[in-house]
Design a protein around this ligand. Structure first.
Ligand code: ZN
Length: 244
């Protein structure tokens, strides 16, 4: 894969799926972003004390929802209930990503008909050049579909994951949204097996110093350095899209 060229660098942005992470993990990741003043959009699954901290940094953080439409969802018995319960936690949300990337045309219709959500980031287009938002129209409604480019758990599920940011970037002007989970940043997850071992005690906070990052944390740190004092929220990205 080509390394980025200075004149055609991809438009980088960060998103984070809360995924019922322990509160300490949400807080720790938020503090890392605040320290470097990097913007991010958080897709929230549930209420937790750190949401107040995220909302205190509105200049950096935007909150969307992370509805789980899969059978057995703890967020509600029907898609409508799942969406209204998520929006009760994040009433300001205008964007979403479905948990487990579980979506369908009827779910899109429900989102458009029943919610103020304007952008959906459920579609992954890994390492694809020229990515940009596209407008989905249906029955008098519309929704921006914003593809994302990379995800931590997909990377560590590979036989040979790569934790060098430059190796993931293209000489291209398209969008490159990197998606993370707080628990994987904090555990510096580098394989399914390592994560499985930690999952036994999900509420036990590991020490901050894990040694030199070699997994998800390594690529997160490289993005923090690259994006220091910058980054884009989903709303900002859409504002740019609709202005062009
Ligand atoms: Zn999820």
């Amino acid at each position: 894969m080509a390394r980025p060229c200075a004149s055609h660098v991809q438009q980088l942005a960060l998103t984070i799926d809360q995924d019922w992470a322990p509160d300490w993990a949400v807080r720790r990741v938020a503090e890392l972003l605040v320290e470097r003043k990097v913007k991010a959009t958080w897709f929230i699954t549930n209420e937790c004390p750190s949401l107040a901290f995220l909302r205190q940094h509105r200049q950096l953080f935007e909150l969307g929802i992370h509805p789980n439409f899969k059978p057995g969802s703890t967020q509600g018995a029907t898609p409508s209930e799942v969406l209204s319960n998520c929006l009760a936690v994040v009433p300001e949300a205008t964007s979403m990503r479905a948990h487990g990337l579980h979506m369908s045309s009827s779910l899109y219709a429900t989102v458009m008909r029943e919610t103020p959500i304007k952008a959906d980031l459920t579609t992954i287009m890994p390492h694809t050049a020229g990515l940009r938002a596209a407008l989905l129209r249906w029955g008098g409604h519309s929704l921006w579909k914003v593809p994302f480019y990379w995800e931590d758990d997909i990377e560590f599920g590979l036989e040979q994951p790569c934790w060098e940011l430059g190796e993931h970037l293209l000489d291209d002007a398209g969008l490159a949204i990197f998606n993370f989970h707080p628990i994987h940043i904090c555990l510096d997850t580098r394989s399914e097996a390592q994560y499985a071992a930690h999952r036994i005690t999900p509420d036990c906070e590991p020490p901050c110093a894990l040694g030199a990052p070699r997994g998800v944390r390594a690529i997160f740190d490289q993005l923090l350095v690259t994006l220091e004092g910058a980054g884009l929220t989903v709303s900002e990205l859409l504002a740019q899209t609709t202005n062009t």
